[in-house]
Design a protein around this ligand. Structure first.
Ligand code: ADP
Length: 462
């Protein structure tokens, strides 16, 4: 015969429980009140046994309570809540209220219905949650206020700064001596640098408070890339870097997106690429593919042959105000906001920004966006149509940079031309002497052995 628990043993076990365990009969008179319940409510079992269960809840919840429990008892209205957990209000002996988590269940023994409620005082947890919520709300409010302040300040600073820049430009057009011109140039370039920083701060704070809205209009992908390159061509040429771009097949000619913000991303990536590259080239390539759900996913990759980024810092560079190392700041300048802004903008455009880099070899930053095509023309088709006039012409391409040669060859082939490439002036002259005729030549201006202008003169002789 199996060993069964005596009523005393059972009641001891129930008393071990941390939680309040309360049982009532079918008239809701308390028949069991464990030690846990005594601790939670402040009543002793002797005081409450035989009393109405309603005494454990705040007076305002008492009316109607009996009926609700009766309904529950008879398995009607609230039956679905049987055994379910819920938060209820309870009241202690001293009249103080507290929130409790309760599980109520019904059992029938010997033809009698018993209701059992297991309760846990959750006032501490609730208070903690409330504190947490308050802290979070005030942190958010402070953050918002700070960003709004930053946005307003940036705007305020921009106004007088624009006057400084405008006036120095006017001053430069007046009759001033060389020394004055030198000072004025410095004022202008410094104020332009300051303006760039403030613009970054303004964008950053607008992004923080979610006040940056994207526009949507039709523009040509090629033009957007070219505009970004135009802006940076002078600094690339100052550093003797080759700057090039290519648009891969499959990219729509005209897209619906925010051209200004896309150009901003490109300018950001390009100026970083130029800033951190001392020899070689910076190349933008655009690729695209249609998405199943409609529209295109376009990737704008900016590849450089610069100093690269150590692997362990790759994750950090997208954080605000972060630069690979503090000494870089002094050497290269910048705020550490460019990539943060670019990434956020790309994300707002449905894509993102990723990086691939090898120290000493260079970096590739890829900004992806999602955009609808304005019509279904692909960039390469538009180019081909525009190229009707040059179709079939022979073109001589002379450039010491292999990437540039490749891009120009590809472009010329797309236009239906017959291209011929040479890596140096000597090679080009040899080709011509060997009897390779051409209709038009594209010459690199800066080449080591002979510059473009002299080569042109030489070629003319033939
Ligand atoms: P910054 O205004 O300092 O350029 P960014 O957010 O644009 O801020 O870039 C953050 C840091 O990432 C830079 O300071 C630099 O250390 C690193 N970085 C960005 N682009 C390149 C790149 N093309 N090559 C090497 N390092 C880069």
């Amino acid at each position: 015969m199996p060993h069964t628990l005596s009523p005393e043993q059972l009641s001891n076990i129930i008393d071990i429980a941390e939680n309040a365990v309360i049982c009532t009969d079918e008239r809701q008179k308390i028949i069991l009140f464990n030690k846990g319940a005594e601790r939670v409510f402040g009543w002793t079992a002797a005081e409450v046994t035989g009393q109405d269960l309603a005494m454990l809840m705040p007076p305002r919840f008492r009316p109607g309570h009996a009926e609700r429990v009766a309904g529950f008892q008879h398995g009607e209205r609230t039956a679905r809540r049987m055994g379910e957990r819920g938060t209820i209000h309870a009241v202690r002996k001293d009249g103080s209220e507290f929130p409790a988590e309760a599980t109520i269940s019904k059992s029938a023994a010997g033809g009698r219905v018993i209701l059992t409620a297991i309760l846990q005082d959750i006032s501490e947890r609730k208070a903690y949650e409330r504190e947490l919520e308050l802290a979070r709300d005030s942190a958010e409010a402070a953050m918002q206020a700070k960003s709004m302040f930053l946005a307003n300040m940036s705007h305020e600073i921009r106004t007088p700064l624009n006057a400084v820049i405008g006036m120095t430009s006017l001053l430069l057009h007046t009759d001033i001596d060389d020394e004055q011109r030198d000072y004025t140039e410095t004022i202008r370039s410094s104020s332009e640098a300051l303006l760039a920083i403030i613009n970054d701060l303004l964008d950053y704070s607008k992004l923080e408070v979610g006040r940056l809205d994207l526009e949507r209009h039709a523009f040509e992908v090629r033009r957007c890339v070219e505009e970004a390159l135009d802006l940076l061509a002078p600094s690339a040429s100052d550093k003797n870097l080759d700057l090039a771009y290519m648009i891969e097949p499959g990219v729509p000619a005209t897209i619906l997106a925010d051209a200004t913000r896309l150009r901003q991303i490109l300018v950001n990536l390009l100026s970083n690429a130029i800033k951190f590259t001392h020899h070689g080239e910076v190349v933008v390539s655009v690729s695209g593919e249609p998405r199943e759900e409609g529209g295109y996913r376009l990737v704008f990759a900016v590849r450089d042959t610069g100093i690269g980024i150590p692997p362990h810092r790759l994750g950090d560079i997208f954080h605000s105000f972060t630069q690979v190392d503090a000494s870089t700041t002094r050497k290269y300048g910048g705020t550490g906001l460019g990539l943060t802004i670019s990434r956020r903008l790309a994300e707002m455009m449905g894509g993102g920004l990723t990086v691939d880099s090898e120290p000493g070899r260079g970096s590739t930053f890829s900004a992806a966006i999602v955009a609808d095509a304005f019509d279904d023309q692909l960039a390469e088709h538009v180019l081909r149509d525009r190229a009707a006039t040059v179709r079939g012409r022979r073109i001589l391409i002379v450039d010491d940079n292999a990437t540039n040669r490749r891009i120009l060859m590809k472009q010329a082939l797309l236009w239906g031309m017959s291209p011929l490439a040479a890596a140096s002036a000597v090679e080009a002259l040899d080709l011509v002497r060997d009897g390779h005729p051409f209709d038009v030549a594209v010459l690199d201006m800066q080449m080591p052995d002979m510059d473009g202008a002299r080569l042109a003169a030489e070629l003319r002789k033939h």
